[in-house]
Design a binder for this molecule. Structure first.
Ligand code: NDP
Length: 276
């Protein structure tokens, strides 16, 4: 039994393709491949995370696979996401390479990491990765409203997920609403602002009023908005802390106050400054 209970109905969500995704995922961006990553992912699995978010670009798929094997948690109990590095040519071929590095015969979710070369460029390879059984579900990341619409216009197999930067400070309401109209599950990446939002005064005040930590407040805000949330940490105590987000509620007043921290004007964009 985990610190926050075994995965239950309320800790998961259904994707449009019928798969089930745990609401809490462990992010591994910027954790170097090797012992640090293996230990972090093992710590997450030990306290009950059942969803790991990696990417070809992170260079640490080997460690994710190694941690999963060492943990003893059965493969089918863990939801593994990786992402296609879109500077590469062929998403299906790269998925096969990811599986080799992970030591797995499928991933649960395979995302186009960002829409390099246009919204539809990588999609035929993504559909092929699904057809070949490399990925149970496929989706996108960093796609804005227009890019989602463009992709939906041509996709034979529709994406199930858009993973975007979301937090009270980046509350991209127009994008979230558009994604939901297309039956996409929205995943929140950098929910702590890569650490930056933890020192915000409003977040700290709400946390202290309800006897929780700033990280838990930021993560709970995502859960109450219905986002899958993907915190990262390399510290065991924080990994545990970040998982304790299913045993309290933020009040409507707290939610409104956090919503008002948005600096994007409720944008339709996925990124203010694109890196591709
Ligand atoms: P987060 O927003 O999760 O913040 C992580 C930072 O906060 C680290 O510096 C961590 O430090 C610190 N931290 C974590 N928990 C606590 C805590 N309880 N108390 C104090 N400090 C804490 O970071 P990321 O930007 O990495 O986003 C999370 C995940 O989202 C990524 O790992 C990745 O999986 C995904 N992502 C996807 C992107 C995409 O393009 N699709 C882009 C960016 C992220 P420490 O590790 O030292 O504990």
């Amino acid at each position: 039994m985990s610190q926050f209970g075994a995965p239950s109905e309320s800790h998961t969500m259904e994707l449009a393709d019928g798969s089930t995704i745990p609401l809490l995922g462990f992010g591994v961006w910027q954790i170097p491949n090797g012992p640090e990553c293996v230990q972090a992912v093992q710590a997450a699995l030990d306290v009950g995370y059942r969803h790991i978010d990696t990417a070809q670009a992170y260079g640490n798929e080997e460690s994710v696979g190694e941690a999963l094997r060492r943990s003893g948690v059965p493969r089918e109990e863990v939801f593994i996401t990786t992402k296609f590095l879109p500077s590469q040519e062929d998403a299906a071929r790269e998925a096969a390479h990811s599986l080799g590095r992970l030591g797995l015969d499928y991933v649960d979710l395979y995302l186009v990491h960002w829409p390099q070369g246009g919204a539809t460029r990588a999609w035929p390879g993504m559909e092929e990765a699904h057809r070949l059984g490399y990925a149970r579900s496929i989706g996108v990341s960093n796609f804005d409203v227009t890019e989602l619409e463009t992709l939906m216009g041509v996709a034979a197999l529709r994406p199930s997920v858009d993973q975007v930067q979301l937090s009270p400070f980046h509350y991209r309401r127009t994008l979230v609403n558009a994604a939901r109209e297309q039956d996409l599950v929205v995943e929140a990446y950098s929910p702590l602002g890569t650490g930056r939002h933890l020192s915000d005064e409003t977040v700290r005040r709400i946390a202290s009023q309800i006897g929780r930590t700033p990280a838990q407040v930021l993560l709970r805000w995502c859960i109450q908005h219905g986002f899958v949330v993907l915190p990262k940490s390399t510290h065991q105590d924080r990994i545990q802390e970040n998982a304790r987000i299913f045993d309290f509620n933020l009040s409507p007043a707290d939610m409104s106050e956090l919503d008002a921290l948005d600096q994007t004007g409720g944008t339709h964009r996925a990124q203010e400054r694109k890196w591709w």
